[in-house]
Design a protein around this ligand. Structure first.
Ligand SMILES: [Fe+2]
Ligand SMILES: [Fe+2]
Length: 169
């Protein structure tokens, strides 16, 4: 299998693109953080960097490649249910996990792989502790936001301690 092939399948998945389109419409006039392909890939790449630095990736090349694919899958999918939070008030980690499950199956991820990705999605707003990938994913999601360059920084309800007021990674 070609490197990152399944990740690219997610990107091209019809249901995935439909959700992206809905999120884009909802966020057209949003002055705070948007949920864009840039954010999704920043989260994936930051998680991968954090995992590399933590030495928490497998040594074997094929296992490492699988881990990277799972991290990128989680990055692409973690906010994909955001429109359902805008439309129906469903917490987006739940909505995203539900949508992601079908997309992951369609794109060839086995059950065990889906479990890990769905766990990262479900816990991305809360899981700050632990030795697995989830706290790294949580951190990456926050680190991805360039508060220092954001014109809406003053109005944003993120606590000051959470904001990235300088470049960290
Ligand atoms: Fe999120
Ligand atoms: Fe996010």
């Amino acid at each position: 299998m070609m490197e990152m092939e399944r990740v690219n399948r997610i990107w091209h998945h019809r249901g995935y693109q439909e959700c992206l389109g809905k999120i884009r419409v909802h966020e057209e006039a949003r002055e705070f953080c948007r949920h864009t392909p840039e954010h999704f890939l920043d989260v994936a790449r930051l998680t991968y960097i954090l995992a590399l630095e933590a030495g928490s990736l497998p040594e074997k090349p094929e296992e490492r490649e699988e881990a990277r694919e799972l991290i990128y899958a989680a990055g692409l999918l973690h906010d994909i249910g955001r429109h359902l939070q805008y439309e129906e008030g469903i917490p987006h980690e739940k909505a995203s996990a539900e949508i992601a499950e079908g997309i992951l199956s369609d794109c060839g991820f086995a059950e065990e792989e889906r479990e890990l990705v769905l766990y990262l999605i479900r816990s991305h707003r809360t899981r700050q502790q632990g030795k697995d990938l989830a706290p790294l994913f949580y951190r990456a999601d926050k680190l991805s936001r360039n508060c220092f360059a954001c014109p809406a920084q003053e109005k944003c309800d993120w606590p000051e301690t959470k904001k990235n007021l300088e470049i960290k990674l």
